[in-house]
Structures are given as structure tokens and as C-alpha cells.
Design a binder for this molecule. Structure first.
Ligand SMILES: N[C@@H](CCC(=O)N[C@@H](CS)C(=O)NCC(=O)O)C(=O)O
Length: 326
């Protein structure tokens, strides 16, 4: 832990001092509530209407869960509480707030439920967070593994003909690709945006674009990352791509090129966006507000007008692409 203590208080309030290394790298905190779902002792029982998922529509880690719940039909069994995309700066509390007290939990701030769960909780109060309504406590905020739980542990409540987001024969390959997508792309944009040294920023930037170049090649011949079937990996990649031009390109200085300058990644992202589970959970207004109006570097709170979001509905012509591995 000593290597990730920084001598400076970060100017960016989305980063805790514990998340900055001495050489200016952003090192994300680990999740505090990681009890898995399942039917064994000590696991979180699978039960319709027992849990509430607290999200920000702006947050990529929360967005993943919303897409998966819809694709699997679990949105009928787990309710959703949505925070305001801009964290308040004018109150004692600086964490995610609800516009009105949450209709089910009655809380005004996300920290209310984290601290009711553990008064000694240390770290950022983050979404996604799953609350057990029978105890009114946070039981899981394991943003890296939640999607896997929805797919595997919640199978008995999936809708008929739900997609298999983690097919058995592909699991090792999906895990490997997810690792790359997480380190270089999902978290890569944050490593670039939250770096406090030029070197750390440039390393993250180079790694991000080198991986996007590889994914661009891969998607030249495959409709999705693993052929014609949407998997966990596609959801992970989509949530960063859909935020790229509206937020990360300028907000996080990821500006070698825009998403729309990568023909295959851009067609792929539109292909996903034009499907209900993706479109209905993509809220560009929340994304823009969060990334541009939360930042302390925007004192006049001017919201960038572009880019042209109508392009997301333009034809993608990817239905005919060959299968993965052919
Ligand atoms: N739980 C993970 C990832 C989730 C996460 O970082 N969520 C962001 C939104 S995208 C959040 O809730 N941030 C609250 C904060 O920075 O105070 C973490 O602790 O890093």
C-alpha cells in the first residue's frame, strides 16, 4: 500500500489520495463489498425484488450492469435507483446525490447507505452498488464481477431465450480479452485522465490507442468481438466507446483520434447502440453533464454543445460480417 500514497492532495476530486502513486499514476481502489450471489451458505440469495441496484447513468461500470440486466431480462427482478449525474459541490456531502430522496430507500446521498452498512467505510462511495432491501445494506459493489454474477448465478430468473453472455467454450478467451479491455481501455481512459505526471499520462494514452488499434483490426472481420454473438466483452468495450467522443476525447485528453475516426470500432459501436438494451440504457445527457460539469477545471460550467449524436443512428452494415475464428 505504501507505493500508492501520493505526497499531493489530488486536484481532481474523483480520485482519492490513496489512488495516486508517487509517479503520478492512477491506481483504482479495490471494491469493498464482494460477497458473491449464489445458493450456498454465505452467498447472497437469488430472489426476485429483493435487491436494488444504485447507478449513475454516466458511469461506465454501472452502465455495464444495466445492459446485462436488460439483455438477460433481470430488469424485471432488480429495481434501479438513479443518482444525479453531477455530484454536488455546495454541500457538506460531495458524493452522488439523488434528486429526490430515493423512492425505495429514502436516502438522499449514496454515502448514507454506505455508512449505514459500515460506519468505518473508507474510500470513494461508488456506483454500481447493490443494496439488499431486507437489511437496507450495501451487499455488493464488485463492479468487475457483477456482470458475471447476473449471467451465472441468476440464471434461474433469466428471460426465455436470454443471450448467453459468457458461453462456456469461450470463457478463457473472454477472460483474457476482458483483462486487456479493462486495463488499457475501460480503466485506460481514467489512467490518462487522472494522471498527475506527463509520463504517466503518455503511457496510458499510448497503451489505450495501441489496444484500440488492435481491436479495430479484430472488428474488421467479426461483427462482435467473438463472432455474431454478443458477449460480456462487447458490453465492456461498448461502455467506453459510447463515452469516447462525448467525454474522454477532450475531458480525459484521449485525443489521438475520435471513435468516429476508427471505421470498424465506430460501426461496431453503432451496431450495438441501435439495439434496445444498449440504446435504452445510454443517456448521453447524463454522460455529458457528469464528465464536463463535475470537473473543477470547468468553473463556468459550460456544457460542450457537440458532438452530433444523431450519427449514432446512421446505418452500420455489419450484419454480413464473417464469424470470429473463420
Ligand atoms: N467501485 C469501483 C468502480 C466504480 C466507480 O469508480 N464508480 C465511479 C463512477 S464511474 C464512482 O462512483 N465514483 C464516485 C467517486 O469518485 O466519488 C471503484 O471503486 O473504483
Amino acid at each position: 500500500m505504501s507505493s500508492i500514497i501520493n505526497q499531493h492532495e489530488p486536484l481532481n476530486k474523483s480520485v482519492s489520495p490513496l489512488e495516486l502513486s508517487q509517479d503520478g499514476r492512477f491506481v483504482r481502489q479495490t471494491s469493498r463489498f464482494i460477497t458473491p450471489f449464489g445458493d450456498q451458505a454465505g452467498q447472497l440469495p437469488i430472489e426476485s425484488n429483493r435487491y436494488r441496484l444504485l447507478v449513475s447513468y454516466a458511469c461506465p461500470w454501472a452502465h455495464r450492469q444495466l445492459i446485462a440486466l436488460k439483455l438477460l431480462g433481470l430488469d424485471k427482478h432488480i429495481s434501479i435507483g438513479v443518482v444525479n449525474p453531477v455530484r454536488p459541490t455546495n454541500t457538506d456531502k460531495k458524493d452522488w446525490a439523488f434528486d429526490e430522496p430515493d423512492s425505495v430507500l429514502g436516502i438522499r446521498y449514496l454515502s448514507d447507505i454506505y455508512l449505514a452498512t459500515d460506519p468505518d467505510y473508507i474510500g470513494r462511495f461508488t456506483v454500481p452498488a447493490v443494496v439488499d432491501l431486507s437489511t437496507k445494506k450495501v451487499v455488493n459493489n464488485d463492479f468487475l464481477n457483477l456482470l458475471r454474477h447476473w449471467q451465472l448465478a441468476w440464471k434461474s430468473l433469466h428471460k426465455a431465450n436470454a443471450s448467453d453472455l459468457y458461453p462456456e467454450p469461450l470463457r478463457t478467451q473472454i477472460d483474457e480479452l476482458n483483462e486487456l479491455i479493462f486495463n488499457d481501455v475501460n480503466n485506460g481512459v481514467y489512467k490518462a485522465g487522472f494522471a498527475t505526471s506527463q509520463t504517466a499520462y503518455e503511457q496510458a494514452y499510448d497503451q489505450l490507442f495501441s489496444t484500440l488499434d488492435k481491436l479495430e483490426q479484430r472488428l474488421a472481420h467479426s461483427r462482435y468481438l467473438f463472432g455474431d454473438q454478443i458477449t460480456d466483452s462487447d458490453i465492456r468495450l461498448y461502455v467506453t466507446l459510447v463515452r469516447f467522443d462525448v467525454a474522454y476525447y477532450n475531458g480525459f485528453k484521449c485525443n489521438r483520434q475520435r471513435l468516429i475516426d476508427f471505421p470498424n470500432l465506430w460501426g461496431y459501436a453503432r451496431d450495438l447502440y441501435q439495439q434496445d438494451a444498449f440504446k435504452q440504457t445510454t443517456h448521453f445527457d447524463h454522460i455529458k453533464a457528469h464528465y464536463h460539469l463535475s470537473a473543477t477545471i470547468n468553473p463556468y460550467q459550460i456544457l460542450p454543445k457537440g458532438p452530433d449524436l444523431s450519427l449514432w443512428d446512421s446505418p452500420h452494415h455489419r450484419e454480413q460480417l464473417a464469424q470470429y475464428g473463420e
